[in-house]
Design a protein. Structure first.
Length: 196
């Protein structure tokens, strides 16, 4: 994709399935997703439900950003908008590997405590499907959002569920706040970005 502009835009309400499909593919090797759903069929069945509960509100607020070809997506929640925690907990309770459930729920509980109290945008999910990785889509998705946050002079917050992605977030101004790890669960890294 080098050499030409990557088009990033908000997904419409008619494009929810394509956008969620991208996220599901992008998270096929994500440590926390595969801790929850170790078998591929578990991930493919449950991740769409988890995505809707965790970040579905992004579509209602025009904050589900996609690459034009649906190879990359970033699902942002505006200040004051939150994940559907009750539905997300139900999805995990009904679909996750039973021996990992307590550690998963504990991880999400700790994640909630790291959110800044100040007004902020929250990024529950960002991903690029495997065949499109390494082409700059993740960076383009981040630039699209952070330009707005700088203009609005507002904080942004995320948790990195994959250590490989931390350097991408750092390049876009996010700083590591600490670490979250519960029992046998994978490491999750809360990160905060101050506006520039």
């Amino acid at each position: 994709m080098a050499g030409h502009e990557i088009e990033i835009r908000s997904a419409t309400s008619d494009e929810i399935d394509e956008t969620i499909g991208c996220v599901v593919a992008a998270f096929l090797t994500d440590p926390i997703c595969r801790f929850a759903w170790p078998a591929p069929h578990q991930h493919l069945d449950a991740m769409p439900l988890g995505t809707r509960a965790f970040a579905g509100a992004s579509f209602e607020h025009g904050a589900a950003h996609v690459a034009a070809d649906f190879c990359g997506a970033a699902l942002w929640l505006p200040p004051g908008v939150h994940p559907d925690v009750a539905t997300l907990e139900k999805v995990f309770t009904e679909t996750a590997e039973p021996r990992h459930l307590a550690d998963l729920l504990g991880t999400f509980e700790k994640m909630d405590k790291w959110h800044p109290e100040e007004r902020h945008w929250y990024l529950p999910l960002i991903g690029v499907e495997p065949n499109a990785q390494g082409r700059g889509l993740g960076g383009a998705l981040m630039r699209h959002a952070t330009a707005r946050f700088d203009e609005e002079q507002v904080l942004a917050y995320l948790e990195s569920s994959n250590p490989r992605n931390i350097s991408l977030y750092e390049r876009h101004g996010f700083e590591v706040m600490g670490e979250i790890q519960v029992g046998a669960g994978p490491l999750v890294t809360p990160m905060l970005r101050r506006p520039r």
